[in-house]
Each structure stands twice: as C-alpha cells, then as structure tokens.
Design a protein around this ligand. Structure first.
Ligand code: PEP
Ligand code: MN
Length: 269
C-alpha cells in the first residue's frame, strides 16, 4: 500500500476534535435523521438524541438518492434548520456535501462535512474538502477496498486538512437480506494501517432495525472510535431510510449498552 500521510508510523494517533467531542479518544456517538425534513422533525429529534447521549447531530440536506424522483433534501433551508438545532442543543452538525461547488458555503454551517459512499472516489470533491477548515467524515465506498478508501483519505490530507474521520458503512456483496454487508474487519485493519480515527454506521451497514444494536455493539468490540446512527422522531413517516430509523427510545437503549461495553473494554485493557 502506497500510503504516506495516513500511514501509522512513528506518528501518534490522530484525535479529531469537534467542539467537545473527540474522535480517536473514547466513543463518539453521532445521531439524527437520514434527512432534514422540517424544523419540527429535526428539532424534536435533536433534543431527543441529545437527551439520549448523542454528542453530535447528523442530518442530510443534499440526498444522494437512487431515483431522481425521491426526496432530494431541503438544501439551504435544511442547513438553516440544522443551525437552529445546534443553537438549541449545543450539538455540532455533520452533513453531507455532494458537489464541489457546495463545499465552501456548506462549511459555513457544518461542523463536519460528510463525503458519502457514492462519492468516496470523487477526487475533485475530496480535494475541495481537503481545502476546507472543517473536519471530514469519509465514508467507505460500497465497492471499495480498504486500500482505495485510505487513498481517498490521502487526497484530503494532501490538500492540508488533517482532520479526517473514516466511516465504515458496509459494502455490497451477494447477500440481499441486509442492505449492505457491514465489514467490521475493516475497523481493526484500518487501525493497524493508519493513525486516523474510524467510526461505524450500523444503519446503512445493515438497513435493518433489529440488527443495528447488535452490530453497534460488535463495532465497539472491534475497536471503533464512534458510531453514526439514524434516528427519527417518527420513523414510519420518514422521507428517506425509514426502515432503518431508530426511535429515540431505541437509540437511548443502544447508547446505554454500547457505553457500558466500551467501559468494560477500557477496564479490561
Ligand atoms: C447518509 O449517511 O445519509 C448516506 C447517504 O450514507 P452512505 O453514503 O453511507 O450511503
Ligand atoms: Mn440514510
């Protein structure tokens, strides 16, 4: 592997700090809806995930949908709603950017820019995000090897942005029961290859409500530095990914369990 800037060498592990949250030191939990749909939906979800122990709020305003006729996101209106939710809860915001033209102005609203699985190898977008002062959450592409994923992180670091958080979100396989095959072996693999923090998305990684909690626990056991989980105040009405959205109560139970597991692991080490 021809890694330069991301390679774990003599260099200490990178800790990406966003507000009071650290990625690479403890367990950072991000939660929120797949999409920002309305002020009420986002605000209620934000308050609920904060009460349940989330440290950061997610919410897409530009949605990379399979069909052009599906809900595409609220754009700037959605960013303004995220801004209000941050002001109300104190939670930093992570949101996806799809287009190079949006990186600089979205950076004025977002605390962390997400580059989604479908754009992992969009090299222009990676370079633009590399010029931003915001941390970047880089999801693994659904057809990408670990080497390809890490090379994409190199693109961002190479432009001068050291704050990259990797995110395993599952890869396509022959399996159809799950939405994706959540490759948790990538977590310890990435940790032996690079100094960057890595988190896991069990929502897109499984697409199934019943699997989110066990796979979150497995991710923590595998050494993940955090989780990003989809939560909706009323999952049945979600405009995107409703089959994988936890209720705030389900999310609260998950947080309690994974934090207990993390503590157990830290005590044992
Ligand atoms: C998302 O997190 O909203 C998303 C679209 O995820 P992914 O890029 O992993 O499919
Ligand atoms: Mn989603």
């Amino acid at each position: 592997m021809n890694l330069r800037l991301t390679q774990l060498g003599e260099k200490a592990k990178t800790i990406v700090r966003v507000g009071d949250t650290s990625f690479g030191d403890g367990l950072a939990i991000i939660a929120g809806p797949c999409s920002v749909e309305s002020e009420r939906q986002l605000m209620e979800t934000a308050v609920a995930v904060k009460a349940a122990g989330a440290q950061m709020l997610r919410g897409g305003v530009f949605k990379p949908r399979t069909s052009p006729y599906s809900f595409q996101g609220l754009g700037l209106k959605g960013l303004k709603i995220l801004d209000k939710a941050r002001a109300a809860t104190g939670l930093p915001i992570v949101t996806e950017v799809l287009d190079t033209r949006d990186v600089s102005w979205v950076s004025e609203y977002a605390d962390v820019l997400q580059i989604g699985a479908r754009n992992m190898q969009n090299f222009s977008l990676l370079k633009e995000a590399g010029k931003s002062s915001r941390a970047v959450l880089l999801k693994r592409g659904m057809y990408s090897t670990i080497e390809e994923w890490l090379n994409c992180a190199e693109y961002i670091l190479n432009e001068g942005n050291p704050n990259v958080i990797l995110c395993e979100r599952g890869i396509r396989s022959f399996e159809t029961y799950t939405r994706n095959t959540l490759d948790l072996s990538s977590v310890p693999a990435v940790k032996e290859l690079t100094h960057l923090p890595v988190i896991v998305d069990p929502s897109h990684g499984t697409g199934r409500l019943s699997l989110i909690e066990p796979m979150s626990a497995a991710a923590v056991a595998a050494g993940a530095d955090g989780l990003i989980v989809e939560v909706h105040i009323n999952p049945a009405e979600a405009l995107s990914d409703k089959d994988q959205a936890l209720t705030p109560q389900q999310f609260s139970d998950l947080v309690r369990k994974v934090r207990g597991l993390k503590k157990f692991m830290q005590e044992g080490s």
